[in-house]
Design a protein around this ligand. Structure first.
Ligand code: C5P
Length: 293
């Protein structure tokens, strides 16, 4: 029988996201709180003799050599000297280019799965290094749960799960390029990183999370530039608040918006006020990827 493993990779939200300065390597230092939620893609990996092949149920993504999953497999093979191949079947549920880190989670699943399938014996530190080569959010996606992220987002500190029982996610039918938003001329940036590493605002956010509270100052620094291009998103955010969500914000560089709700019923009722759009009622999860076979 062909050796096969199956994994699920979860979507992430940025509960808080601030942009600091542009660095010499072209990336930005950020301050974020990541949270994985139970909206997941599934991936099946079957060993093949020598080639990497990727099949996907969605026409929204390119399943070729530019796909992060393919690149993750290729990177592992090149660095480990492994000659084995793999057929990967990817079933997408997480909207693409939506601020939910779907592609990053898929890449994290590929690293973990192929380390197991090909018997590479790489440790967590090596996987995290490969993850960062694939993308800034991929290291977080390896572990998932609730974490503070600084640097490019790869300097991670695990946090207590916040008392956020339910999320309602709105999926406006738009794709947004992360790099376009990070490099937008109107994005407010700092010249330097604050002394001691964190801005006072992020310190307050972290303190609240450490006390098991949801801070009332959660922000997403990208909202200003993204909402200026897409004013409908600002209206949707206000509608989430009007529908009873205690907090609402955009995730990543958008367009996904999320609202925080106290009960499942409240989240479902809030979702029903958006009949024109795809929505998800979600709960937090403690992992980024998980084996399902
Ligand atoms: O790391 P990732 O490939 O996801 O980033 C996509 C683009 O977003 C980068 O090429 C860069 O322009 C921008 N980016 C950034 N600072 C970060 C993360 C991403 O400037 N911390």
């Amino acid at each position: 029988m062909t050796p096969t493993v199956a994994y699920r990779s979860y979507a992430k939200l940025n509960l808080h996201l601030d942009v600091l300065n542009r660095r010499n390597d072209g990336y930005h230092n950020i301050e974020t709180i990541f949270q994985t939620v139970d909206l997941g893609d599934t991936l099946q990996f079957s060993e093949r003799r020598s080639r990497i092949s990727l099949n996907c149920n969605s026409t929204d993504i390119d399943a070729g050599e530019d796909n992060l999953v393919w690149r993750a497999a290729d990177l592992l093979r090149r660095r480990s000297g492994c000659r084995l191949g793999v057929r990967i079947d990817l079933e997408k549920r997480i909207p693409v280019a939506a601020g939910l880190g779907g592609g990053s989670g898929n890449a994290a699943a590929a690293l973990v799965a192929l380390n197991a399938l090909w018997g590479l014996g790489l440790d967590k530190k090596q996987l995290a290094e490969f993850a960062l080569e694939l993308g800034s959010d991929v290291p977080f996606c390896l572990d998932g749960g609730t974490a503070a992220g600084t640097g490019r987002g790869e300097v991670l500190t695990r946090l207590k799960p916040p008392p956020i029982p339910w999320f309602v996610l709105l999926h406006p039918p738009l794709s947004i390029s992360t790099s376009r938003i990070f490099n937008h001329p109107a994005l407010a940036r700092r010249k330097t990183v604050p002394r001691g590493g964190h801005t006072p605002a992020f310190k307050r956010v972290l303190e609240a999370f450490e006390k098991g509270q949801v801070p009332d100052t959660l922000i997403n620094r990208f909202e200003t530039v993204v909402f200026a291009d897409q004013p409908k998103l600002a209206v949707l955010k206000q509608r989430l608040l009007d529908a009873g969500c205690t907090t609402a914000a955009m995730s990543g560089t958008g367009p996904t918006l999320f609202g925080i709700c106290n009960t499942k019923k409240q989240a479902q009722q809030a979702a029903e006020t958006f009949p024109e759009m795809k929505t998800t009622v979600a709960r937090r999860v403690k992992v980024g990827v998980e084996r399902t076979d």
